[in-house]
Design a protein around this ligand. Structure first.
Ligand SMILES: [Zn+2]
Ligand SMILES: [Zn+2]
Length: 325
């Protein structure tokens, strides 16, 4: 938590400076980035300390090299279901949708150039849509100085306890773990497997064969209890009815985007009741995000007619609420 406190103090200082200068909304993308970092630190400090873009807060420019693994300018993980904008910045499609929903329009989070793209339609996004080829050889685990000294986090410990409970109550139970950050899924997988809990992962950096193999293993191999899943992995039909538990590791900005992604799983012939657990760390930005979602939901429930997404458009007041000033 010291790491969180330190980063939080740093963010508030930056935030205050923008408020004093009257330039808060001009620096929306940077504020959003600070919030993303805070959310990542709550998951695990490694996500920020060993981020690929340490020292490149504005995100990495995609150099147009087709074989290069694209880094998402929003979540700073390997981009999934990649969108490359006309200004050559790469993002996960879902990250860009989630970001745009909070802003109310689409401008590039990395360079603020307005984007005239329709994210609701398949394959009409930006200049090119392409998938990332090859294995994730440059994952966060390879950037840690030592795996021997690997430390878990509060959330990972809590997840492991929940999974052990699950298995104790039902010897054949299986669970799906969701996170917005694939690097976090890597850390979870490493931690759980160190505790002899077998996992498979599905993320947007995998090809169709690898995805199929993951789903097959989870469905048919009784030893594999946990399916680690990125909701950003597009274009895959999922029938994960063997799972009876869902673990949500972090909140999204826009609950509608989160629900849509989860519907892809629940809709398909699920008849068993699902136990869902959400992990939220007290006194952090996560609590503020959930409170803000509720607050906005209440406001919109009071309005007549078509209600917009509960989390659309973060106003200046919302940002101040998130930083609790
Ligand atoms: Zn992303
Ligand atoms: Zn850009």
């Amino acid at each position: 938590m010291e790491f969180y406190e330190a980063l939080y103090t740093q963010c508030v200082t930056q935030f205050d400076a923008y408020v004093d200068a009257g330039t808060l909304m001009n620096n929306y993308a940077h504020i959003f980035d600070l919030l993303t970092r805070l959310r990542q630190v709550v998951d695990h400090p490694y996500l920020v300390a060993y981020s690929k873009t340490v020292g490149h807060p504005e995100g990495m420019k995609n150099e147009g090299n087709e074989s290069m693994e694209s880094q998402c300018g929003i979540c700073h993980n390997l981009a999934e279901d990649v969108v490359v904008t006309s200004c050559d910045h790469a993002f996960c499609k879902t990250c860009l949708i989630d970001y745009s929903a909070t802003l109310g329009n689409v401008s590039c989070p990395s360079c603020s150039i307005p984007l005239t793209v329709d994210l609701t339609t398949q394959n009409s996004v930006g200049k090119v849509t392409r998938s990332v080829k090859g294995r994730k050889c440059s994952g966060i685990l390879s950037r840690l100085p030592s795996l021997v000294d690997f430390k878990t986090s509060t959330k990972i410990d809590a997840l492991r306890d929940e999974i052990r409970n699950m298995i104790e109550h039902d010897g054949s139970a299986k669970g799906i773990v969701f996170s917005q950050f694939t690097s976090f899924l890597d850390l979870i997988q490493f931690s759980l497997e160190r505790s002899s809990i077998k996992c498979v992962q599905l993320n947007g950096a995998m090809n169709i064969t690898e995805k199929g193999r993951s789903i097959d293993t989870f469905t048919h191999d009784a030893d594999y209890r946990v399916f680690l899943m990125s909701l950003k992995a597009g274009g895959v039909a999922l029938n994960l009815t063997v799972a009876s538990h869902v673990f949500q590791m972090d909140p999204w900005w826009n609950p509608a985007v989160e629900n849509q992604a989860q519907d892809r799983i629940h809709r398909i012939g699920q008849f068993k009741p699902i136990k869902s657990t959400r992990f939220v760390i007290k006194d952090t930005v996560e609590e503020c995000i959930l409170q803000l979602q509720q607050k906005k939901q209440l406001v919109f429930e009071g309005t007549v007619g078509d209600s917009p997404d509960p989390m659309s458009k973060l106003t200046e007041a919302d940002l101040k609420f998130l930083f609790q000033i």
